[in-house]
Design a protein around this ligand. Structure first.
Ligand code: ASP
Length: 310
């Protein structure tokens, strides 16, 4: 069975941003589904779907990314091939449109699995990846959010969408618009990927779960695949994506139950908020989140129309 599932962040997505989030995951899902329908690979479906969301300013990935503490965009991405068990990840990269493609290039053309910052940029240059300007990635909404944060006296990283400082640190209303995708192709191969601009006003060089294999992304043909979103500092502690896949493989749970269990662990063990999507080796989708909203979509051979919701 061919199958694809996507997410576009899990948080208190404001009412006026719901439509864009909904349309964005549908559009990206249609692009990925087209690849699968034409007998393309799960890897291509994941990369192309994520590229679409990276160029969509709705999301915190590629264009539209959050701004860090010194007013710069630093992005993270990872991809995993469940057929070969190969991975590629980049962190704190700047001035490129598609971090997911750089992560894939690293997976396919390097012996390393993770490159950061200047090293990732050097590799991108060697590979002929096109660079862009900071302005190409920065949108007015994020510049305004950043300015608002800078105006809050004593601000220490806790921002609700309203701009108010809130407790606790892992507040579910904290913005988080990371994108992710898991796909299964007609050869039974699973791939998963995740791309993000991280968290708003993060410290320069901060790396979250998204490029951390096992936390942000995981895929293994015989077990399943998953992609996470939410507060990375907590997600890393419970190794969220692999915890979902372990639930499928080792506990015999369906993907929905495995995702629910992993989110419950995120909540209870790490006081964390977020969401996760998954596919099992049969292509059955699963999703769970403990934030007010999560943007999600899926499509597979058992369906006549894609499902999408926020
Ligand atoms: N998980 C991402 C990070 O911590 C943020 C998000 O998903 O919204 O970098």
């Amino acid at each position: 069975m061919r199958s694809i599932i996507l997410h576009g962040g899990a948080w208190d997505i404001p009412d006026d941003a719901v439509d864009n989030h909904h349309q964005g995951v549908l559009t990206a899902g249609a692009i990925g589904w087209d690849v699968l329908k034409q007998s393309g690979t799960a890897l291509d479906a994941v990369e192309l779907a994520i590229k679409q969301m990276e160029q969509d300013p709705t999301y915190d990935a590629g264009r539209g990314s959050f701004v860090n503490r010194i007013g710069e965009v630093e992005m993270d991405a990872s991809i995993m091939d469940g057929r070969t068990f190969e991975v590629g990840a980049v962190a704190a990269v700047q001035n490129i449109f598609h971090p997911i493609s750089l992560a894939r290039r690293l997976m396919e053309r390097s012996e390393h699995v993770l490159l950061v910052s200047e090293g990732a940029a050097r590799f991108a240059r060697e590979q002929g990846i096109a660079f862009c300007t900071p302005e190409d990635l920065l949108v007015g909404r994020e510049l305004e959010r950043w300015r608002q944060i800078r105006r809050i006296p004593g601000y220490s990283g806790k921002l609700a969408f309203s701009g108010a400082v809130e407790e606790p640190t892992h507040d579910p209303s904290l913005p988080g618009d990371t994108v992710g995708c898991v796909a299964l192709d007609d050869r039974g191969n699973i791939a998963a990927g995740t791309s993000t601009g991280g968290t708003p006003n993060k410290y320069p060089g901060r790396v979250g779960d998204s490029p951390t294999i096992g936390s942000g992304t995981y895929a293994l043909n015989s077990a399943g695949g998953a992609s996470s979103t939410g507060w990375g500092e907590a997600i890393i502690k419970v190794v969220l994506a692999k915890t979902v896949v372990d639930g499928i493989e080792l506990l015999g749970l369906n993907p929905g139950a495995a995702a629910e269990r992993a989110i419950s662990l995120l909540h209870h063990r790490a006081d964390g908020y977020g969401g996760v999507i998954a596919l099992d080796p049969h292509g059955r989708p699963g999703v769970a989140w403990n934030t007010p909203r999560m943007a999600r979509a899926w499509m597979n051979d058992t369906m006549t129309e894609p499902f999408a919701a926020v």
